[in-house]
Write a protein that binds this ligand. Structure first.
Ligand code: 5GP
Ligand code: ZN
Length: 106
């Protein structure tokens, strides 16, 4: 997708420091963080809908998020994983928000 901002980040057209990268996934800091840690974990391929993720990509995203929770030392401090969809999202390239530390009910 030519005009997709996250595809541009994946391609390196927009320079960005990655907190995580493998063949399927990259993660980088949200430009407007809502928590001390606020990362966006995204598939490298342009997938728009959470329900269109294949098993391989799904497992790669889960693996990346787990590694980032460990890297950012969020286990025990509280983390939140969220996906906006159905029109609640601003960017139509699937992304998982990983935020922390967060408390219950925050
Ligand atoms: P959504 O509302 O689509 O779930 O969230 C999109 C997120 O992407 C927002 O939290 C926004 O701050 C973030 N974002 C939008 N454009 C950029 C960008 O160019 N770079 C980074 N790092 N984050 C972005
Ligand atoms: Zn894209």
């Amino acid at each position: 997708m030519e005009d997709c901002i996250f595809c541009k980040i994946v391609r390196g057209d927009i320079p960005k420091e990655f907190d995580y990268e493998d063949d399927e996934v990259v993660a980088f800091a949200d430009i407007h963080p809502l928590s001390p840690v606020h990362l966006l974990v995204i598939p490298k391929k342009h997938i728009e809908d959470f329900f269109h993720v294949d098993d391989k990509t799904h497992m790669a995203i889960a693996n990346a998020i787990k590694k980032l929770i460990d890297k950012k030392e969020l286990m025990g401090k509280g983390y939140r994983i969220s996906v906006n969809g159905g029109g609640a999202q601003d960017v139509n390239h699937l992304h998982f928000h990983l935020r922390g530390p967060v408390g219950r009910g925050e």
